[in-house]
Design a protein around this ligand. Sequence first.
Ligand SMILES: *Cc1c(COP(=O)(O)O)cnc(C)c1O
Length: 387
Amino acid sequence: MKSWIEISSAKLVENLRAVQSVAGAAVETLAVVKANGYGHDAALVAQTLAGGGARWLGVSDVEEGARVRQTLGHGGTRILVMCGMDLGDAPQIVANGLTPVIWTLEHVGAMDRAARGVGHRVPVHLEIDTGMSRQGVAVGADLDKVLERLAASRWVSCEGVMTHLASAEAGKGSRGVAITEAQREQFAAALEQVRMAGIKPELVHMGNTSAVDEGSTMKWVRDAAKKLGARAMVRTGLGLYGDALAIEGDSTASLRPRLSPVLTWKTRVIGLREIPAGATVGYGATFTATSPMKLALLPIGYADGFRREASSGVGDGWVMVGGKQAKVVGRVSMNLTVVDVTDLAPITMGKEIVLLGDGVSADDHAQWCETIPYEILCGLRAHVHLT
Ligand SMILES: *Cc1c(COP(=O)(O)O)cnc(C)c1O
């Protein structure tokens, strides 16, 4: 195998518990496994998370939801389809026991027809647009229309009301706080409209991992839910996988220090060579040896999610060999990468290499690429198994 990913199920469950304990017992936790579980294999981690006590899982779309449902079986764990739905998806959503996030009259209509078709009521979660301009219905007249339609439906019940924060990682004193406050105000107005429409949701949710870590929004949403006779829920993804963005400004992050990464991405050396001073390495000959070097060849590249920005002279990435750093030399190619093992203890063909894990984190990869750890994790392409 060119490369593979090992997932620690014990650490995954520990991270779930850490999120639950920081969010508080009053708060329901939805474990986000969308985008193939941020590269951790959605079906695999779904089983571990459900076994670890997660009653809710969040997926990207109906196909992913159906896959997760198939591995978990019906009954028990709830699955929220978070990233919108095609109107034509409604029958599949119902057949697979999934719960869609909806926000238009057409969504309600499609779900109503699908539910009528099977003869039982189905739950939906209504998303409010409070400032992302992405998913969700606008507060005010548009929301009233959707609420009226929901209240009139015999087949669709509004189980949850939710929104999503643009700057959840903004802590006290940082620029994003004003955005979060404006979003809370919008959401409060929406919840008041929900109450006035006579709709009684069981769940109210607006926070992700960073909101749990930052804390103030979690407190806010607990109070807001209570006022409606509902329960607050948090939708946590990155935290489960052992990472969290740094909270900006003056904050008292309590979650981030309690998390540990669950994923280790590994490969093996498929070639070894020595080069003299003056030899060049890789496409564009961007690297020239200034002294004799020992190089190891790895069977992975940007096609596998080992990003091209890790090339030397760009992001200057590295891998871990027996607990020591080995720097990338030259450009990362599609399926091959060369690393410098000159100063390491002699290694042999087949030597195991850590591409992401102990000593080289998703945050490190993200820094090489000037991106966020989310993009690194969900871009990995390798066989995943549990340890
Ligand atoms: C992905 C996502 C989350 C999870 O965010 P994390 O930062 O990974 O915890 C929560 N809510 C919504 C709507 C999302 O799309």
